[in-house]
Design a protein around this ligand. Structure first.
Ligand code: FAD
Length: 376
């Protein structure tokens, strides 16, 4: 059977585009199939844009390994391709003595993950570095930073296109069919448009919040395999211009081991603006509204480490949707990056549950995924 491409990559977020860049650099002809009318409009557009160092994840997990490697790759790529970024550094702050044991546990976890340059600092040092921040101790991670997520995604697309890859927007994948030892990827073109198909020998499913549905369309029992994606919304509030607070670094609370996120933290964007978020609420359907009425709850969470914050200094900013494999109250779930030969579906790699630190890890996820395909 003649093939249209070696590999179809489904989804043009940071992960799919990084996969297209790596696969095309390894000599494959690649088509990227994107449902939306532009790249990187979903998870990749709605996040904290933090280059994570790999502080939080269990040692040996894919999240830990691919975040650590991905962090180095993002900095190297940003340097090489002129992607706006800044090595801001990050402080995880213990607001009271009761949080110090958890801070120490984070320090141990981060060291086990190979995060360099970590340092525990006391209250006086914290006050000297960040006079507006209050706490009894902090874990300093100088390698943590921020990146322009859209520019990062564009750089992956540019590399893929330099290698001959093609991007097809408004091509929503509706079915993956295994036919005569190849894949027929069925796509719907535009809203209510024609159905077409692409034939290829490999498929990479990087469809973000749609990834479990794409996997199901190939015949995978996503509930038996634990691959159903749960949406967990995170809202952000911006600090009003002129509010008398300044920060040099990203400030995170210690948070709890059980929470669905890292706790409402303070991040900087590349223009130096401060925003707070995200909180964590499971939702049944995509929803990007941010209720102004939440400002007092956000301000209260932030006052634990920035005591001067007043409720009316916060204005609704934006929301993002985590694509979590863990449902409400469930424990840690790792990224799922699986080549599906064992399911009788050779050449299909599913990337599911690529929540944070997926932006940081994108380049490393792509390498890992391509290694799985090369090894089969
Ligand atoms: C609130 C929040 C904060 C975060 N903060 C950080 C952070 O600071 N640092 C960090 O490293 N990570 C962070 N993340 C995680 C990061 O944003 C994601 O891991 C990353 O963007 C995932 O990229 P993706 O390409 O997998 O998904 P997406 O960017 O969502 O891309 C998936 C693409 O697939 C397309 N698609 C879906 N279904 C189909 C289909 N059937 N056919 C064709 N195309 C389809 C979609 O249109 C979309 O373009 C955060 C996430 C959230 C929600």
């Amino acid at each position: 059977m003649s093939l249209d491409f070696d590999t179809a990559v489904i989804g043009a977020g940071a992960v799919g585009l990084a996969c297209a860049a790596v696969l095309s650099s390894r000599g494959r002809s690649v088509v990227i199939l994107e449902a939306d009318s532009a790249i990187a409009r979903h998870g990749t557009a709605r996040n904290s844009e933090v280059i994570h160092a790999s502080i939080y994840y269990p040692a040996g997990s894919l999240k830990a390994r691919l975040c650590r490697r991905g962090c180095d790759l993002v900095y190297a790529r940003a340097q090489a391709r002129g992607i706006p970024h800044r090595r801001t550094g990050k402080l995880v702050v213990a607001a009271g003595d009761d949080e110090v044991p958890r801070l120490a546990a984070l320090h141990d976890a981060a060291r086990a993950n190979g995060v360099p340059q970590l340092e525990m600092i006391d209250a006086a040092t914290l006050h000297r570095i960040e006079p507006d921040v209050s706490g009894v101790a902090a874990l300093s991670s100088p390698v943590t930073g921020i990146v322009d997520a859209h520019a990062l995604a564009l750089s992956y697309l540019a590399e893929a296109e330099e290698n001959g890859a093609a991007l097809l927007i408004e091509h929503r994948v509706t079915e993956l069919a295994r036919e005569r030892e190849a894949w027929r990827v069925v796509v719907r073109v535009g809203e209510g448009g024609d159905e077409q198909s692409v034939r290829c020998s490999e498929v990479v499913n990087a469809a973000g919040m749609g990834a479990h549905e794409v996997a199901a369309s190939a015949g995978i029992d996503i509930d038996r395999e634990g691959l159903r994606v749960h949406l967990c919304k995170g809202d952000y509030f911006a600090l009003a211009p002129g509010a008398p607070v300044s920060l040099g670094q990203l400030i995170y609370p210690v948070g709890s081991a059980e929470g669905a996120g890292l706790g409402v933290h303070a991040t900087l964007d590349l223009a130096g603006r401060i925003r707070f978020g995200p909180d964590a609420t499971y939702v049944d359907a995509p929803d990007y509204t941010v209720a102004a009425a939440k400002a007092p709850a956000f301000a209260e969470a932030v006052r634990r480490y920035l005591p001067a914050i007043e409720d009316d200094w916060l204005t609704p900013d934006f929301a993002g949707l985590r694509t979590k494999l863990a449902g409400p109250g469930e424990g840690f779930r790792d990224f799922e990056i699986r080549e599906e030969s064992a399911q009788g579906l050779p050449g299909l790699v599913n990337c599911i549950g690529i929540e944070s630190p997926g932006l940081t890890a994108s380049g490393a996820i792509a390498e890992y995924m391509a290694d799985r395909l090369d090894a089969r």
